[in-house]
Design a protein around this ligand. Structure first.
Ligand SMILES: Nc1ncnc2c1ncn2[C@@H]1O[C@H](COP(=O)(O)OP(=O)(O)OP(=O)(O)O)[C@@H](O)[C@H]1O
Ligand SMILES: [Mg+2]
Length: 230
């Protein structure tokens, strides 16, 4: 199936005395091969939309489909299991476990829901550590990593389970040009392998790496332009 995720008229509000709708009737299909950048000013609702796509918050209206199946019909346990295997999240805030080293953090994520840690998982871990310049820091605790190393560790964590859909909220935060470019290369390769990547950035240079740029405005997604550089 080409379509990994479909948003059907989704709405999400926060009640701050009056209701604000950062996501106000969005319909969109995310397909295999997609490499999408979402842009928009601070506070417009990009992180809210990313959480909604990842079913990490409850939407008020509409439906989200993963592989053609509506998630509203799933139990919380089923949804947790689907999320764990299907989606890789890179959050805006750091989410490494403080008491575990970098390698232990990755192994932990890899084995959530009793997933085994076999040859394939070991090879993926090694390849991610290598690719993201983290091999020498595998035994470091999160607080012993620099900001950029921590960000790269979070990216490794999002990819360690080989997810189909990668949701990355400002993945290049704390990264210099070299590592930002490397992360964009990894995303491009993943999309070319038939996965889908959706990321948020404020940086024009990294936005242009995407195949498609969407602007979040007034709770709606607007096609910004198709880029040439991808
Ligand atoms: N849990 C919450 N409760 C109430 N309001 C919230 C909550 N989370 C976000 N908001 C509000 O919703 C709006 C959208 O927030 P969101 O974090 O999605 O913006 P963003 O586009 O990701 O911004 P940034 O670029 O600064 O990360 C903001 O006005 C914010 O204050
Ligand atoms: Mg945000």
């Amino acid at each position: 199936m080409q379509e990994l995720c479909r948003l059907e008229n989704i709405r999400k509000y926060y009640d701050l005395g009056e209701k604000i709708y950062p996501v106000d009737g969005i319909s969109y299909s995310i397909n295999r091969g997609d490499f999408i950048c979402i842009q928009g000013p601070s506070g417009v609702g990009k992180s809210t939309l990313m959480y909604a796509i990842g079913s990490l918050l409850k939407i008020a209206e509409g439906e989200i489909y993963y592989m053609g199946e509506p998630i509203s019909r799933k139990t919380d346990d089923e949804l947790t299991e689907i999320r764990g295997n299907f989606i890789g999240y890179i959050f805006q805030e750091a989410n490494l476990i403080k008491a575990l080293t970098l390698e232990e953090n990755l192994k932990f994520i890899s084995t959530i829901n009793r997933k085994k840690f076999g040859e394939e998982e070991r090879a993926r871990l090694e390849s991610l550590l290598e690719r993201l310049g983290l091999s020498d820091y595998r035994n470091h605790l999160p607080q012993e990593l620099s900001g950029g190393q921590k960000r790269r560790a979070m990216i490794a964590g999002a990819l360690i389970r080989n997810p189909e859909l990668i949701l990355a909220d400002e993945p290049t935060n704390d990264l210099d040009d070299h590592w930002s470019m490397e992360v964009m290369k990894i995303f491009k390769e993943l999309s070319e392998e038939g996965k889908a990547v959706v990321f948020v950035t404020h940086n024009e240079k990294w936005a242009k790496c995407a195949k498609e740029i969407l602007e979040l405005e007034g709770g709606k997604l607007i096609q910004a332009h198709i880029t040439q550089d991808a």
